[in-house]
Ligand binder design. Sequence first.
Ligand SMILES: NC(=O)c1ccc[n+]([C@@H]2O[C@H](COP(=O)([O-])OP(=O)(O)OC[C@H]3O[C@@H](n4cnc5c(N)ncnc54)[C@H](O)[C@@H]3O)[C@@H](O)[C@H]2O)c1
Length: 441
Amino acid sequence: MAEKAAKPNGKLGVMVVGNGAVATTFMTGVLMTRKGLTKPVGSMCMYDKIRVGKGEDKKYLHYKDIVPLADLNDIEFATWDVYPANAYESAINAEVLKEKDINPVKEELEAIKPMKAAFDKNYAKRLEGDNVMEGKTRWEMVEQLREDIRNFKKEKGLDRVVVLWAASTEVYVPVDEEVHGTLEALEAAMKADNKEKIAPSMCYAYAALKEGAPFIMGAPNTTVDIPAMWELAEQTGMPIAGKDFKTGQTLVKSGFAPIIGTRCLGLSGWFSTNILGNRDGLVLDEPANFRTKEVSKLSTLESILVPENQPDLYGHGNDEDTQYYHKVRINYYPPRNDNKEGWDNIDIFGWMGYPMQIKINFLCRDSILAAPLCLDLVLLSDLAARAGRSGIQRFLSFFLKSPMHDYTKGEVPVNHLFQQYVMLKNAIREMGGYEADEEID
Ligand SMILES: NC(=O)c1ccc[n+]([C@@H]2O[C@H](COP(=O)([O-])OP(=O)(O)OC[C@H]3O[C@@H](n4cnc5c(N)ncnc54)[C@H](O)[C@@H]3O)[C@@H](O)[C@H]2O)c1
C-alpha cells in the first residue's frame, strides 16, 4: 500500500511567483479566512467530503479528517514580482476584490513585498516592471532564488516551503530533448546561459526542487513538463504539478465533454472564445504568449473525445476529415478587467447524423476561480511531499488544464473531470492510510 502522510511539524512557507491578480486574491482570501471574515468557497481541501472505508465501516469525511493537511494558521507568504508593489497595493490595483474585503488584512498584505524577479523581457514583452535581478545569467538567477528561499525559511522559522507559479504566461518554449532531456543537459544549459531554451520559470522550478520544495506550475508554461525536471524531482524526492489552473472555460469543457462522450453523441466542432481585460489578458494578447495557452487549452478535448476510438462520432469535421474542428480564442478587452466572459459553441450530431447546437455563456471571475485552486494545490503538494510522493503528481490533474504525464513512457493525460476526481479521492485515501477503490458513492 502507498505511504501514509506524516504529520506536519511547524510552519509552511508559500512562495508565490507573481504578485498579480491570482496571487493577491489567493493570499487575501487565506488571510481573511484565517480571521474568520470570509469563507474559502471552491476549495476542495476546505469543503469536499469523501468516503473512506466500505460497507458498514464507511464514513464521509473532510480531507483534513483523513490526511494531515497543514493548518491555514501555519502559512507564511512571500512573492517575487517584476513590479515592486506590495501585496496590498497589488490587490487594490487588480480590482478583483472590493476594498472592504482587503482592508481587514491590509497590514499582513503590506508586509508581503515582492523580491526581485528572475525575469527576461523576451519571455513577456508587455511587462515593464523594474523589480528584476539585473545582469544575471540563468545559473546566477538560480543561485539567487535558492538564497531567497533559504532566507525566507530562516527569517520566518519555517519547516517546509512550497513554490507556486502564478506569474504571467511566458512565450512558448518547445521541448528540446538535447537541452531538456536530462538533468545534466539542463544544468549545462543554465550554466552556459542559454537564454533561448531556459525560460526564467525553469530557474524558479530548479531552485525550488533543489531547496527541497514542491513546485507547482499554474500557467501553461512547459517549465516542469520536461524529463530533466522529473529527474531532479525524483532526485530530491519532491512533488511537481502542472500545468495551467483549470478554472473557467476549460473546467466547463472537461465537465461537459463527458456528457457528449458518455451518451455516444457525435461532435463536429467546438469553438471557444473569451474576452478578458486584466494583465494576464494583456500578456496573452502577444501571439507568442497566446501560443503557450492555446496548446494547453486545446489538449483538453482530444483525450476525452478521442477520434481514433470512435471514428464515426469524432473522426470528421475538419483537419482533412480526421477530427472535429476545435478552436480556442482569447481576446484582450480591457473594460471587463478580471471578469472574463467565455462563449462556447458546440456543434454536435445525433441519430442518423442530424445536427444540433449547444451554447454556453460563462460570465466568470478569473481570479475568484483560480484562488481556491492555489490553496488546494499548495496544501496537497505539501501533503504529497510528506507522503514521500516525488515527481509528477497525476492526482492533481483535477485542478489543471493540461495535466502532466510522462509522455516518454507513452502515458496519456487524464482530462475527464470525473476520472480526475477519482484519482484525487484515491490519493487522499491512500495518504490517509485507507485503500484506494472505485466504488460508486
Ligand atoms: N485566473 C485564471 O483563471 C487562470 C487560469 C489559468 C492560468 N492562469 C495563469 O495564472 C497566471 C497569473 O494570472 P494573473 O491573472 O494573476 O496575471 P497577472 O498579470 O495579474 O499577474 C502575473 C504577475 O506575474 C508577474 N511576473 C511575470 N513574470 C514574472 C517572473 N519571471 N517572475 C516573477 N513575476 C513575474 C507579473 O509582473 C504580474 O504581476 C497567468 O500565467 C495566467 O495565465 C490564470
